[in-house]
Design a protein. Structure first.
Length: 80
């Protein structure tokens, strides 16, 4: 493990705007391709609920101010 990261997203859908957080450990440096992959994964998850127009990074403050408290939980792998 190299480090731990928290990323915050604004996901603009056809019917509403969603806010999401990604957190986890990483073993390789996070480059442009890995960050785009995480954004694509967020889009794929939220497309099950709405037609998604864009997925953008946002600040922690914006995420805290706008999240509704009933977040979707998705796991990429098992840490055990």
């Amino acid at each position: 493990m190299i480090g731990y990261v928290e990323l915050y997203f604004r996901i603009v859908g056809k019917s509403e705007t969603y806010y999401a957080k990604f957190d986890g450990e990483f073993g390789k440096p996070l480059g442009w391709f890995r960050l785009q992959s995480i954004k694509r994964s967020m889009k794929k998850v939220y497309e099950k609920f709405d037609r998604i127009d864009s997925v953008e990074f946002c600040s922690r403050e914006e995420w805290k101010e706008n999240r509704c408290g009933d977040e979707i939980s998705c796991s990429w792998g098992d840490s055990s």
